[in-house]
Design a protein around this ligand. Structure first.
Ligand SMILES: [Zn+2]
Length: 332
């Protein structure tokens, strides 16, 4: 077989082809750094809550999830077996993808593009206008506190106002994607915690996201985190949702990542809801710099977009089957 370089894609495919005809030593040298593969396939590499996992997002919104040491990867949430015996390896700063996997990723991208060739003539718009698997999803967005309960107050800023602005922006963005986004409040009112949870249960929401801002005695504390209730199948999905949404916000805002953590306080909205549910802390009002950002409408838009990205990432990673197992109503 003659080996020559044609294009970026050609190189990758060629390496895949060569490994079938040569020995195991070449198989190893055929592995490619993830960063390089992503560049040539037009994929953006996003960190996840797991050090050895990466989310790869194509410019048109399609995504892969790859995990070091596993014999499978996910494309648009669907589990796919790795083509060869090799698994993804970790180097000091990157992952190494076996060449057979690189070829498979390219086939996935080409295959689904030709399937939807007629409908995706405007690829620049598809990420937002035609997202995968979000249409028909029902999501309750809960702006924390409200009315007589201001939440945290620092520097004259009320938590209830900041989180309402972010919640409303999130709802607007979700609705534009065909998601049935339901607010627990749309103005300065104070629904009870039970009322917020029972609204989500009654409307058979697929996901519940409560938005709060943080405060701490250490004024330098900053960043974005989330709590989930770690109970059974729902807990596992809640954790994945929390990781994805925190990563989404961090990617959009460059805020520091305080990670998703299991709730140890028995937060009522997490305890009383039946679907994957998280409580987000979008930043610290006690940190002067972060407080200034949190009241800025453009920053609030970025946080909202990060929440939407996180929901997209969660759905493309888990798909609707996981929601069905939890007992939440899957998207129609
Ligand atoms: Zn709060």
């Amino acid at each position: 077989m003659s080996c020559r370089f044609v294009t970026g894609f050609g190189v990758l495919l060629l390496l895949g082809a060569c490994t079938h005809t040569k020995d195991a030593a070449i198989r190893t040298t055929g592995s490619r750094p993830l960063s390089e593969v992503a560049r040539s396939l037009g994929l953006t590499v996003r960190p996840t809550g797991f050090a050895e996992d990466r989310l790869l997002v194509h410019r048109d919104g399609r995504s892969f999830y790859v995990m070091a040491g596993k014999h499978y990867y996910r494309f648009m949430g669907d589990r796919k077996q790795l083509p060869g015996a090799e698994v993804i390896q970790v180097t000091r700063s990157d992952l190494l993808l076996p060449s057979e996997l690189v070829a498979a990723l390219r086939r996935d991208l080409d295959g689904s593009r030709s399937q939807s060739a007629e409908s995706s003539t405007q690829p620049a718009q598809t990420a937002d206008a035609k997202p995968p698997r979000l249409g028909g999803l029902t999501v309750v967005i809960d702006a924390g506190h409200g009315g007589t309960d201001p939440g945290a107050i620092y520097g004259g800023i009320h938590e209830k106002a900041v989180v309402l602005a972010v919640a409303l922006a999130t709802i607007r963005k979700l609705k534009a994607l065909g998601v049935q986004a339901i607010p627990t409040r749309t103005s300065d009112t104070r629904p009870s915690l039970d009322a917020r949870a029972s609204l989500a249960n009654r409307r058979k929401a697929d996901l519940f996201i409560s938005i709060h801002a943080d405060s701490a005695s250490r004024r330098s504390a900053s960043g974005v985190g989330a709590f989930f209730r770690a109970d059974g199948a729902r807990g596992r999905q809640s954790r994945k949702l929390a990781v994805a949404v925190v990563d989404g916000i961090v990617t959009r805002t460059d805020a520091s990542n305080r990670r998703a953590r299991a709730d140890s306080r028995g937060l009522r909205v997490l305890r009383k809801t039946h679907m994957p549910a998280i409580l987000l802390e979008i930043g610290f009002l006690t940190n002067a710099a972060e407080r200034r950002r949190l009241v800025d409408a453009r920053y609030q838009e970025r946080v909202a977009q990060g929440i939407v990205d996180g929901i997209k990432g969660y759905m493309s990673r888990t798909g609707t089957a996981a929601l069905r197992r939890v007992g939440a109503t899957p998207p129609r």
